[in-house]
Design a protein around this ligand. Structure first.
Ligand SMILES: NC(=O)c1ccc[n+]([C@@H]2O[C@H](COP(=O)([O-])OP(=O)(O)OC[C@H]3O[C@@H](n4cnc5c(N)ncnc54)[C@H](O)[C@@H]3O)[C@@H](O)[C@H]2O)c1
Length: 319
């Protein structure tokens, strides 16, 4: 039986991953501090169905608390770690850089240090397309220079990747850093555009669009991301950085049109100046993921947003 620690396991991506790992009969240790970046009630809802399962264990622990974290490593004989716990918003990181440094960088080094000490075989780190900053060359390739992150969030992810490399070099850890590109789907984060825009359009509220709507994002459906994470968990690469995107960019204005079509409601758009920290385009070169992981994203934005909006309508109650 393989025992896998999923940090941030009650969050959006983490809870989808826990679900799949439980189905695969892995022993899943879900670790989360249930912080209030968005409602902790949503996170509880995410993992509630798993609490009855015999192969699911919840640990309410903060990754910045190394002593408490070590208790988890002592208690469970862990084989693999998927580290997804992080402060995840780009814009709030500009207001609270120290918080992002602590949760993301210190938290990651704590996990790497304990993974070394307790002989973990595989360590997957949840990195981000934001490390590409304002790179002009598209699509973004893992070989591109990523020395110019334009938000503390992006800088923290880049710093974590560097620590991951160092630990892979100095220890027996096998490490894969997966750069996720704008992930969306059921249980999606309420601070991200797919959720925010759906809510604003559905409720007839004003939709704030930063810039003229020509920015482009490589939206990646959650099931495709999970397929990539599961594949990475089965590999023993010494150290790799791999993009997980959809490799299809969607213009913001088109994205709003898709939601309008699916909800049958017109957006009331209020235009605001572009925000600092936001990048004009994200676009993943996924040839490495295809080659090394057999990664094959299948979900088109119209189909993925249909699934998201169905979930939203069934669940958006009061939390
Ligand atoms: N969703 C995306 O589009 C996206 C894109 C690129 C990278 N990522 C990365 O993927 C990971 C998961 O993102 P998500 O969208 O599921 O976000 P999320 O906020 O839903 O999940 C993160 C989880 O980590 C937990 N957490 C945060 N700080 C913690 C701490 N100090 N100790 C313990 N738990 C803590 C939170 O409570 C939350 O449940 C993050 O590392 C994020 O940076 C996400």
């Amino acid at each position: 039986m393989t025992t896998i620690l999923v940090t941030g396991g009650a969050g959006f991506i983490g809870s989808h991953l826990c679900k799949k790992l439980i189905e695969q009969d892995k022993v899943v240790i879900c670790l989360d501090n249930f912080n209030n970046y968005y409602s902790p009630l949503r996170k509880i809802e995410n993992i509630k169905p798993f609490l009855k399962k015999g192969n699911f264990f919840l640990q309410v622990v903060d990754v910045t608390n190394k002593t408490a974290l070590e208790e988890v490593f002592k208690k469970h004989k862990l084989d693999k770690v998927v580290h997804l716990a992080a402060r995840a918003g780009v814009r709030p990181s500009i207001e609270q850089p120290l918080l992002y440094q602590e949760a993301n960088v210190q938290g990651t080094v704590n996990l790497l240090e304990l993974s070394k000490k307790y002989g973990i075989k595989n360590f997957i780190f949840g990195s981000s397309s934001s490390v590409y900053g304002e790179n002009k060359k598209i699509p973004f390739s893992e070989n591109d220079n990523v020395d110019y992150p334009i938000s503390p969030y992006a800088a923290s992810k880049k710093a974590c990747e560097l620590f991951c490399f160092t630990y892979s070099h100095l220890t027996n850890l096998n490490i894969v850093c997966l750069r996720f590109f704008t992930v969306y789907g059921p249980q999606g984060r309420p601070d991200m555009a797919p959720y925010l825009f759906t809510e604003q359009i559905q409720r007839g509220k004003e939709l704030i669009r930063y810039g003229d709507g020509t920015t482009r994002r490589d939206y990646t459906y959650i099931d495709d991301i999970i397929q990539g994470i599961l594949a990475a968990l089965e590999k023993n690469f010494k150290f790799e950085i791999i993009n997980l995107g959809n490799s299809q960019t969607v213009e913001l204005n088109y994205f709003i049109n898709v939601i309008e079509g699916l909800t049958g409601k017109k957006a009331k758009i209020k235009e605001m100046p572009e925000q600092s920290g936001d990048v004009p385009i994200t676009y993943a070169d996924i040839s490495k993921a295809k080659k090394l992981l057999g990664y094959n994203p299948k979900t088109k934005i119209e189909e993925g947003m249909e699934k998201f909006i169905r979930w939203y309508k069934e669940n958006h109650s009061n939390i």
